[in-house]
Design a protein around this ligand. Structure first.
Ligand SMILES: *Cc1c(COP(=O)(O)O)cnc(C)c1O
Ligand SMILES: [Zn+2]
Length: 396
């Protein structure tokens, strides 16, 4: 199956078979004509609800069920953000993150094209997602991970029995190297911002926009690393707006962890190109990309929509992670908590008014994380016969 691609930066056209980047150096995305599109009048809940805007495949098994995640009205966060807060809970996807949307489209297209193997470069969520989707379709899956990956994260990937290679000598070089060797060996790599992944991940945006149609929400705040998800959100906004389906498009705000924030640093310098940074340690390890392949596209998305790119430190991330649990009941990964931490900073800078609808994208579940130490003093111990008195004292 060949699919038409397009470059957001210079407008050049390409084909999926030719590779994933334009001659100008920027990443391609799938070209979609949304002019004839209408919000679907069907009961379909998965991302295939938007099949008119996706590659023409008819997925089965796991690839059929990603997407359709809850959009929760989180009124107990309104005071923090100074607006009406909603949380898009991507933890409800089959393997617990929005990566399933991109994996679903990548695996479904590979399967429909008669490929026997798919692959990805990841140290966590994307690897788990690709391995699971490939397993369900009976495709081989090659996962390239950094050699120093923590054992517990390796275990979460290994459950789905992919071929795992621990690679030394520069994890940052793997993105390009994998696409090259994949083409030679018939492995369809669906990396962080490749066109099929972005096509699938644009459906997070489509679901949010449909919930607020015909206007958008006022702002969407989302964690960013490679820029693949951000690109998908922008693609959804741009295409629907230019096709006349979105009267009032949202501002897109992207949040990074301060210890590894190449896109936010470029934004602060008012540059239109991202420069790689040295890796720093952060609790938000899922968003610690030192050389984001779609970084420039994220800068364009922020400026085109009247948004921004910002960075938040680990203390703010951990505080936001706790607030999300205590005031929304959602158990999110540290990386996702950057969205609330960033929204707090935006609110302090006067970005929102109380009538604004602000959507925080909680990109993944926290049940995959190990650092869930109890907060505060240990719960007290009581004898079963003393329960009556104990409850009376805590409730009074
Ligand atoms: C991958 C990931 C991100 C970042 O998405 P990009 O498309 O790489 O920018 C954010 N949060 C979680 C939980 C992720 O797994
Ligand atoms: Zn180009």
């Amino acid at each position: 199956m060949d699919l038409a691609l397009n470059c957001y930066a210079c407008g050049s056209d390409g084909q999926l078979a030719d590779g994933t980047r334009c001659a100008c150096g920027e990443p391609y995305w799938l070209e979609t004509d949304a002019r004839g599109f209408e919000w679907p009048d069907t009961a379909e809940r998965s991302l295939w609800r938007y099949r008119d805007l996706l590659p023409p495949v008819d997925p089965e098994r796991l690839a059929a069920v990603a997407g359709g995640t809850p959009l929760v009205r989180a009124s107990r966060l309104d005071d923090d953000v100074g607006a009406r807060v909603h949380v898009k809970y991507e933890g409800a996807n089959p393997t617990g993150t929005f990566k399933d949307r991109g994996s679903a489209v990548g695996v479904a297209v590979a399967e429909a094209s008669g490929a026997s193997a798919v692959g990805t470069v990841s140290h966590g969520n994307m690897a788990r997602s690709m391995a699971a989707h490939a397993a369900s379709a009976g495709l081989d899956c090659v996962v390239l991970v950094p050699a120093d990956i923590p054992a517990e994260r390796l275990g979460l990937i290994a459950r789905f029995d992919p071929t795992i290679l621990r690679v030394e000598g520069g994890y940052d070089r793997l993105y390009g190297a994998s696409l090259r060797v994949g083409r030679e060996h018939g492995v369809r790599f669906v990396n962080s911002d490749t066109p099929l992944r972005v096509a699938g991940q644009q459906t997070t945006g489509l679901e949010i926009l449909e919930a607020f149609a015909p206007d958008g929400p006022d702002a969407i705040v989302v964690p960013v690393s490679s820029g693949g998800h951000a690109s998908g959100l922008w693609k959804a906004v741009r295409e629907l707006e230019s096709a006349g389906h979105l009267a009032d498009p949202p501002a897109l705000y992207f949040v990074q962890a301060a210890a590894c924030a190449p896109i936010a640093e470029a934004w602060a310098r008012e540059a239109n190109a991202v420069a790689p940074v040295e890796a720093g340690e952060t609790v938000a390890y899922s968003i610690a990309n030192t050389d984001p392949p779609s970084g420039n596209r994220v800068l364009a998305a922020a400026s085109d929509t009247g948004g921004a790119v910002l960075a938040v430190d680990d203390d703010a991330i951990l505080a936001a992670r706790r607030t999300l649990a205590e005031r929304t009941g959602l158990f999110v990964e540290s990386a996702c908590a950057t969205a609330l931490a960033g929204a707090r900073d935006l609110a302090a800078a006067g970005a929102f008014v109380p009538e604004d609808d602000v959507v925080l994208v909680a990109t993944g579940t926290g049940f995959t994380e190990r650092d869930v130490d109890p907060v505060g003093p240990a719960p007290r111990t009581v004898h079963v016969d003393a329960l009556d008195g104990a409850l009376e004292s805590v409730l009074s």
